[in-house]
Each structure stands twice: as C-alpha cells, then as structure tokens.
Design a protein around this ligand. Structure first.
Ligand SMILES: Cc1cc2nc3c(=O)[nH]c(=O)nc-3n(C[C@H](O)[C@H](O)[C@H](O)COP(=O)(O)OP(=O)(O)OC[C@H]3O[C@@H](n4cnc5c(N)ncnc54)[C@H](O)[C@@H]3O)c2cc1C
Length: 337
C-alpha cells in the first residue's frame, strides 16, 4: 500500500515510546484509527516524539499509519508536558486532523487534556469503544449508568479521546506498507517552567496485571487493611496478580496501579476471582475475555453473580483464609506426590 492522498481531516494517534520502544497501546490505536480513517475516506497520521527513535516510525507505518510526524531530538527524549503540548498543538493547527487518539497512560492522561484545552475542543477520557455515527461524528463510548454512554463532539474539531491499553487489539504488522515520515524540530523554548531533573523508575511488584494468567481482585468488601491483606495473600498463594476496585484504592489499601476498569488497567486472565466487589461495569469492563470468572460476595443478591461463572456466597474475611489454607495444602500434596 502507498501513502494515502485522500482528502479530509486525518485520524491521528499520538504515539508513545519509553526507552525507545513503542508502547503497545500506540499500535493498538493505530489499528483502530485505520478502521475509522477507511470509513471516513481519509488517512492515518501518527505523532512520535523522543530521541533515537527513527526506526520506530516504520513500526507505526506497518501498523497502519500513512504519515508519521517524527520529533527525534535529545530534548524530546523524555515526556515534557509543555514541549510535547506545544509540538502537538502546532502540528494540529497546521494539519487540522479530524480525530486525535491518545493512550490512557500516565503520560497520555496528562497530555490529552493539555492539548484539548489549547485546541479548545472536547475530550472523552477512558473510552472503551470508538465508532462513527450516522453523521460521521466520532461516537466515543464509555461505561456509565449501568450501560454504555455515547459521547460526541459535534461542533469542535479535532474530536479527542483517550483509550487504555488492551481495549483494541493490535493489528497484524504489514512490513510492506509504505508511508511518509515528516521530521519535525523540537521548539526552541526560552523559559521553561518545568525542568526534568531525574527519572526514577518504579520497580513493579509481583506478577504484572496486564499479562497475568490469574487475577485476584479485591473490593470494598475487604472492610479494612487486615481484610485487604487476606486478599493479597490469596493472590500470592495462587501466584496471581493483585487487582482492585476504586474504593480499595480510595481507602489507601492498595496503589492506583492495581485498579482494574474503565479508569484503570485492562486484564485478560484465564481465571479472574473478584472478592468483596459488586461487579460494577466501570470495574468489569476492564476484565476482557477471561476464561473463567469467580466472585466471592456475602450478599447473595449482589449483581456480580450475574456476571460470573461461579459464585461463592460468604463473608470473604471468613472464607479467604480457609481458601488459602486449602490451596497451600493442595500445593504441598502435589509436591509430595
Ligand atoms: C467515571 C467513573 C470511572 C470509574 N472507573 C472505575 C475503574 O476503573 N475501576 C473501578 O473499580 N471502579 C471504577 N469506578 C467506580 C465504580 O463505579 C464502582 O463504584 C466501584 O467499582 C465499586 O467498587 P466495589 O465493588 O469494590 O464496591 P461496592 O460497589 O461498594 O461493592 C462492595 C461489595 O462487597 C460486598 N461485601 C461487603 N462486605 C463483604 C464481605 N465481608 N465479604 C464479601 N463481600 C462483601 C458487598 O455485598 C458489595 O457487593 C468508576 C466510577 C466512575 C463514575
């Protein structure tokens, strides 16, 4: 395929890299941008900023981009809110994309509203689907009120949305695709209000949620930190990743990085065990294609039981310690056999 010459505002993805490696959410978004662009008879653009990242442009083209705006300079090596916003806003004002998609990453969650505010347009955060409506507006779908809410931005352009990793599947790369790489300069900023002194990497603890085969997620029903520790022990005993709902994070029992759902992470384990949680859509939308789902809840009428394969009605504070004992006994028996 060659570069598209089709007219009309393009569909853009603000791609992201860390340590010169593209994040998977960026190629996933290119895949979805391609579908939207084909329906709109327009092209796919990607903006990629960093240092020593020239080779990454071809990956974006192989995923479906027609044109990559590449900022490749030492000043762009690390995300800088003011510089990155300036570049993207300038590019958007010059090229007038119809749609801009950004990954719902730590960077994207900050960058997207900065860009939207400067472009005086709307932004829908944490979308779980993106389609076109009958007027070719971008229908940005989020879970709300027990269903899906469609948001459109009919009067302002570009239409902007953030989407988490795992919402869209990555397209099969096509290494034969050709595209245009447009090199852009880093802006010469005089008085920056932000200076990056050091990058401190947090070492992830335990099994990473997004790739875990087993996920144990705890909710408000844990009751307190003691109850939460039992749920964390259950995860450990199964060599599972520990996930959470919003209230568990708000209570300070766990880090935001463990939250699953619309504003958290997407998981697709073989086994998901939800403990002391009600199965609200904003949480369960983050559990994609789990093979088997189990819930432990003390309320036999909890809506979570409508969403899972196996339900256990019990007080988790009584049930979980017994379950851990049984798991350990089973594991020891297996080793001695
Ligand atoms: C825009 C928006 C985005 C959101 N994004 C997210 C998100 O990404 N992730 C997320 O998780 N939430 C999110 N939320 C919050 C979400 O709507 C729910 O409020 C949240 O998921 C509920 O968490 P929960 O199930 O732990 O708590 P609750 O709904 O309070 O449920 C607690 C459950 O525990 C049970 N229980 C109580 N005691 C026990 C016990 N001793 N043993 C066993 N069971 C017990 C109860 O019967 C109840 O079913 C979002 C909300 C909004 C508005």
């Amino acid at each position: 395929m060659t570069t598209s010459n089709r007219s009309g505002g393009a569909v853009w993805v603000i791609a992201e890299q860390i340590d010169c490696r593209l994040l998977s959410v960026s190629t996933q978004l290119i895949g979805q941008a391609r579908k939207l662009a084909d329906e709109l008879h327009t092209s796919v653009g990607a903006v990629l900023l960093g240092n020593d990242i020239k080779n990454r442009s071809q990956e974006l083209i192989a995923a479906g981009a027609d044109r990559v705006f590449l900022g490749n300079a030492p000043e762009l090596a690390f995300y800088h809110p003011e510089i990155y916003t300036d570049i993207i806003v300038n590019l958007a004002q010059a090229h007038k994309p119809e749609i801009i998609l950004i990954g719902s990453t730590a960077t994207g969650r900050e960058l997207a509203p900065l860009v939207a505010a400067r472009l005086k347009t709307g932004l829908t955060a944490h979308c779980i689907d993106l389609v076109l409506d009958e007027n070719r507006n971008l229908e940005q779908r989020i879970p709300a009120y027990g269903g899906l809410l469609s948001i459109i931005c009919p009067r302002r352009r570009p239409q902007m949305a953030t989407v988490a990793k795992g919402v869209f599947a990555a397209p099969e790369p096509d290494e034969t695709r050709c595209g245009e790489i447009v090199e852009i300069d880093a802006p010469n900023r005089g008085s920056d209000r932000i200076e990056i002194l050091e990058i401190v990497r947090e070492e992830p603890e335990g099994v990473p949620l997004e790739s875990a085969a087993i996920v144990v997620a705890g909710g408000a029903g844990a009751g307190d930190l003691e109850g939460w520790k039992q749920i964390a022990d259950l995860a450990k005993s199964l060599n599972a990743a520990l996930g959470s709902t919003r209230p568990a994070v708000d209570e300070g029992w766990t880090e935001l990085a463990t939250m699953i759902g619309q504003s958290g992470k997407m998981v697709s384990p073989r086994l998901y065990i939800g403990v002391g949680l009600s199965g609200e859509q904003q949480h369960l939308v983050g559990v994609v294609d789990a093979k088997v789902m189990v819930a432990i809840n003390s309320d036999d009428k909890s809506p979570v039981f409508d969403q899972v394969d196996y339900g256990i009605v019990d007080d988790c504070r009584a049930f979980v310690p017994v379950l851990i004992q049984k798991i350990k006994a089973y594991q020891e028996k297996k080793v001695t056999c």
